[in-house]
Design a binder for this molecule. Structure first.
Ligand code: ZN
Ligand code: ZN
Length: 312
């Protein structure tokens, strides 16, 4: 169904090294009552406390097994167990997710009170939730690494109220039945006739779409394929253009390359993240991305929350 709130909390926006202002990678998406974590860097649970979002995590999606993307899982899992969680929690990720979860269970010395599961995802693997799907796509980071697309189901087309009335449908419950896809019977000028949903409903409209690259070199064709028309593209922007060689060497992207990707994929909003600890001022990131991308650009600080509205 449409109309659920969709919020993105940037809980950790640092590169591999945290700074006093930025925690390692963690992005929380709340959709309705669902809460998904994308990466869970060190200190994620305290960021969740600061964001006052509770701990009812439905799933954790890890992009890759560099420590700045998963160290927070240990503390979070212990806290969930202490808090008496009983519902299962699944950790999704690329190659080695099973080893990670097995090792976590082996080395922690607390009594885990809920089932902790692992599911390995590959390029194109998807996970279905109520009203949306999360799909993994392979990126380029020198080890198995996935980006993720969260895409809502299409929404029903617009209801043409005036036309419905013209056809003899009285305002009221019959409107709802048409909107739910039912054919109804009406009497107009003494003649009974059927009104079919397609007569009064426009074409289905796309749901909202969030794309998170995780750490990666520029992968524009892949983002055009998986991230086209994203409402929000969250892209690796570890470096500015002066460090383009270092970015290539360490399989990261520059802000400018993130801007090029956002333009190619026709994204609506670009969020630059995984900012290297060498930068205290990110104006340069925003300006470099702006040269390539004319949409909205943000360089979120930790705890920044973005509400994703419908683009159409
Ligand atoms: Zn990283
Ligand atoms: Zn990495």
């Amino acid at each position: 169904m449409s109309g659920e709130t969709l919020q993105v909390y940037f809980l950790g926006t640092a590169g591999a090294l945290p700074t006093p202002m930025r925690n390692p990678s963690c992005i929380m998406v709340r959709r309705g009552t669902d809460m998904l974590l994308f990466d869970c860097g060190e200190g994620a649970q305290q960021q969740m406390m600061r964001a006052r979002c509770g701990f009812t995590v439905n799933a954790i999606f890890v992009t890759h097994w560099h420590a700045d993307h998963f160290l927070g899982i240990f503390g979070l899992v212990q806290t969930l167990s202490f808090n008496g969680r009983t519902e299962p929690l699944t950790i999704y990720g690329p190659n080695w997710v099973h080893e990670f979860v097995e090792n976590l269970k082996k080395i922690t010395r607390f009594n885990l009170k809920f089932p902790l599961d692992s599911i390995e995802l590959r390029d194109g693997s998807w996970v279905r939730f109520n009203g949306y799907t999360v799909t993994g796509f392979a990126v380029s980071h020198g080890l198995p690494a996935l980006g993720y697309v969260l895409e809502e189901d299409p929404r029903p087309g617009r209801f043409d109220r005036d036309h419905a009335i013209e056809l003899g449908v009285p305002p009221g419950p019959l409107f709802g039945r048409l909107q739910r896809g039912e054919t109804i019977l009406v009497v107009k000028d003494g003649v009974e006739r059927e009104v079919q949903p397609y007569e009064v409903m426009g074409a289905p409209r796309p749901g909202r779409k969030i794309v998170y690259t995780g750490d990666t070199k520029p992968v524009i064709p892949i983002l055009v394929e998986h991230g086209r028309d994203a409402d929000l593209l969250i892209h690796d922007a570890t470096y500015d253009e002066s460090e383009i060689k270092r970015a290539a060497e360490f399989y990261h992207a520059t802000a400018s390359q993130a801007g090029q990707a956002a333009a190619a994929a026709n994204a609506r909003i670009l969020a630059l993240t995984h900012i290297s600890s060498r930068y205290t001022d990110t104006a340069i990131h925003a300006n470099e991305a702006k040269a390539a991308f004319s949409g909205t650009i943000i360089v979120p600080d930790d705890l920044f929350m973005l509400e994703i509205t419908y683009g159409s």
